[in-house]
Each structure stands twice: as C-alpha cells, then as structure tokens.
Design a protein around this ligand. Structure first.
Ligand code: PRP
Length: 180
C-alpha cells in the first residue's frame, strides 16, 4: 500500500540490515570497556537504532532526546527544538548519537555542542544515511551507513508529514505526493 507512493528505492532492507551489522561490529570494537551512552534522536532514529543496538555486543546504556528540525515540509528550516531532554547525566560519558540521516548537520551540531557543554568525554555520530550535499554546517559523521544524493527520502524512520516512517527501506517519494 505504501509502495505505490515511492518513485525509487535508494537503500534496500537487506542493505540496511548489513549496514547495522557492520556498524554494530565496529562500534563494539571501538567502545569495548567504555560503557557508552547511545542516544537516539526521536523520532527518526527508531528503526535503525533498534537494529544497531542488537548488533552491539558490549555493555551500553540507552537514552533518547526528542529533537525536531523539519516541520512537515520537505526542507529543513534549521530551527532545532528540543521537545524532550535526555534526563541522564552525561558528565565523563562516551556518547554515540544514532541518527537516521544527517542532512544540513544543524541538528547534530546543536546536540553535540550541548552534550559537550554538559561535560561529555566524547560525542560521535552513527548515522544510517549521510547527505553531504545538504550540509550547511561543517560536520562529518564518524560512522556512516551509506551516502545518498540530495533527494528527499522517506522510510526506515524518515517521514513526510509524519508518514512513511514504517516503510521497510529508504526511498524517494513521488513528487505528486508533496505537490498535492
Ligand atoms: C530529521 C532527522 C534528523 C534531522 C536531520 O529529524 O531525523 O534528526 O532531521 O536534519 P539536519 O541534518 O538538516 O538537521 P526531524 O527534525 O525531521 O525529526 P524526526 O526525527 O522526528 O522526524
């Protein structure tokens, strides 16, 4: 039913599973004995973070922040709002922020700076998708699943108007959906 609104598939479910496996393995090696705090930025992080966590074979703590920068349209307005804060002290912690996508980079920049200001020992970003052509602030995610072109994508956590987050792959929406 959702498939009919998709123009093309950019990252298949199998590719995403493999990305989660590889990234989880690498993070497990890099964060062994560091008891990292893995923070998901709601809501887009949910599916990828879920798979990534189960591929991490180390002790870790999980936390969430609800952060919003897109407001229903297809462009980020860059106004980052914290709708729900973390509620876990970050002082001296090693933090891994998990994301579905890094686009302009503004969301990550704001959250990273905030966590460092609060005394985190290190803050890195593990993202399923990177869209470097969208960047307006200087930021390179430390762990990238795959790089995508400057297209508006939905699925696997990414929404258009709060819809399509449950699509089991990442795809490009047919323009007539958002031009309606
Ligand atoms: C999306 C996405 C990232 C952010 C990336 O979240 O999940 O958090 O935008 O964009 P940026 O690099 O341009 O800042 P959004 O604000 O749409 O909230 P959501 O996760 O609830 O969909």
């Amino acid at each position: 039913m959702l498939d009919k609104d998709i123009e093309k598939v950019l990252v298949t479910q199998e590719e995403i599973f493999q990305i989660a496996k590889d990234m989880g393995k690498k993070l497990s090696k890099d964060y062994k004995d560091k008891f990292p705090l893995v923070i998901g930025l709601l809501k887009g992080c949910v599916p990828f973070m879920g798979y990534l966590l189960t591929e991490m074979d180390i002790h870790l703590e999980v936390g969430f922040m609800d952060v919003s920068s897109y407001h229903g349209g297809i462009e980020s307005v860059g106004d980052v709002q914290i709708l729900k804060d973390l509620g876990i002290p970050v002082h001296d912690r090693h933090i891994i922020i998990t994301e579905d996508i890094v686009d302009t980079g503004k969301t990550i920049k704001v959250i990273k700076d905030l966590l460092l200001y609060r005394g985190a020992k290190s803050v890195i970003v593990a993202t399923l998708l990177d869209k470097p052509e969208g960047r307006v602030v200087q930021l390179v995610p430390e762990y990238i699943g795959t790089t995508i072109p400057k297209e508006f994508v939905v699925g696997f956590g990414l929404d258009y108007d709060e819809k399509y987050r449950n699509l089991p792959y990442v795809g490009v929406l047919k323009p007539e959906i958002y031009n309606k």
